[in-house]
Design a protein around this ligand. Structure first.
Ligand code: BGC
Length: 406
């Protein structure tokens, strides 16, 4: 049964904890940056505040905090990254449920390509992924009779748009507040030929936090020439709090009767297979760890779950993609999307050397992603929903991460 968060202020203990957390956060921000938290623009209970997050290649980068009085979300215009999501548990105790780094340098260092071997590689914590989320096989695709060659940054694959992709760009930020919601619009112009992709693409991602604890993510893109596009957000969730250990006991439901099996390069074979009778059957909530050690070949290939589920839908529009629950804290995450697929990735390649926001390391299964998307390698799979974007069309996509107490 889904419940709203306990009201901040209904219990003395919760009020005290929240106030202390807010004071601590403000003190940390003051200490971390000479430019203190700016005066927040407040409209009813929602607000956005801004502070400097440093510079990258001489460009200033900010950290924006969207708050609704119950929860708050930190987003930086470097890579459109969701840096932290603070939500209460059933007793009103706050935790940051998004894996990430404490400062900009952490992200920039992890985005450098190539990463040292033996480590976690580029993790894309919280990032906006473009121009093409997930993998394109052999760094190549053909569109309108022309073959495009892309840099390969994942074995022979192009992963998440290739090296130095949209997750590393400084986006132009426009914050706004209106009754009931706080928004941050980020825009980026991807030049024609960037990482081998054709067409200049003007893209925006708008994050909106509403008073019902929903984080809306709206993508919009237009192109000057035919291209392919697949955009997602790469937040790793741990509903017990980032750095608290494995998510194996957290429960997950994925609203999908089918998935796209992969080959040894983690590229879909092109088959759309039923989940029934496999460890990938999440139609009924089950702990993430229940079947993860199964010898089922698909899990062997991916070192765990790292697959595209085909979301059950009867037409276009927003539908339920997944629901995750931490039984211990009661924190629940419901994911809705207009996209046809969702990549559930169980943090298989987290190797234990990255020190996260709370000063603790991240190891395999310490977080999970629910990356709403078109299917991986669609440009090379004519039977998958098309990812082609033509001039005159616009790409529009919405995903909602909604937080509640389960
Ligand atoms: C991919 C994983 C990859 C991770 C980090 C996910 O979207 O499916 O295979 O390791 O991103 O790059």
């Amino acid at each position: 049964m889904k419940r709203a968060f306990p009201r901040v202020g209904t219990s003395r203990a919760a009020t005290a904890i929240c106030s202390l957390a807010m004071v601590a956060a403000a003190v940390t921000a003051l200490a971390a940056s000479a430019s203190a938290l700016s005066r927040p623009s407040v409209h009813h209970t929602v607000s956005i505040s801004t502070r400097s997050f440093g510079t990258v290649a001489g460009q200033p980068v900010d950290l924006y905090t969207l708050s609704n009085g119950h929860m708050r979300v930190n987003i930086t215009n470097y890579g459109g990254i969701v840096q932290a999501i603070y939500v209460p548990d059933r007793f009103g105790r706050m935790a940051n449920v998004a894996l990430g780094f404490r400062n900009l340098a952490g992200y920039v260092k992890n985005d450098v390509y190539p990463q040292p071997s033996g480590g976690s590689g580029t993790t894309y914590f919280g990032a906006t992924i473009g121009r093409y989320a997930n993998r394109i096989a052999n760094g190549s695709f053909t569109l309108n009779g022309h073959t495009y060659t892309l840099p390969q940054n994942n074995g022979t694959n192009t992963l998440h748009g290739g090296p130095n992709a949209w997750n590393t760009k400084v986006w132009t930020a426009t914050p706004s507040v209106k009754p009931g919601s706080a928004s941050l619009k980020l825009t980026y112009t991807s030049p024609d030929g960037e990482n081998g992709f054709p067409g200049t693409v003007v893209a925006s991602v708008t994050y909106t936090l509403d008073t019902s604890n929903r984080l809306h993510i709206q993508y919009h893109a237009v192109t000057s020439a035919p291209t392919v596009i697949n955009l997602t957000n790469h937040t790793y969730f741990n509903l017990a709090g980032e750095g608290s250990g494995s998510v194996r006991a957290q429960k997950l439901m994925i609203n999908a009767s089918h998935y796209t099996p992969i080959n040894a390069n983690l590229i879909p074979t092109g088959v759309v297979a039923p989940v029934a009778g496999t460890p990938l059957d999440f139609r009924t909530m089950k702990p993430i760890g229940r079947d993860i050690n199964s010898g089922f070949n698909q899990l062997v290939l991916a070192h765990g779950f790292d697959h595209n589920w085909v979301i059950n839908r009867s037409g276009p529009g927003l539908v339920l993609a997944a629901r995750a629950l931490d039984p211990a804290s009661g924190r629940e995450l419901t994911t809705l999307t207009t996209e046809p697929g969702v990549q559930f990735y169980s943090g298989n390649f987290l190797a234990g050397e990255l020190v996260g926001t709370s000063g603790r390391t991240y190891r395999q299964t310490d977080g999970f992603t629910l990356e709403t998307q078109h299917y991986p390698n669609s440009p090379n799979q004519p039977n998958f929903p098309s990812t082609v974007l033509n001039p005159g069309q616009s790409f529009n996509s919405t995903t909602i991460y909604a937080f509640s107490i389960g």
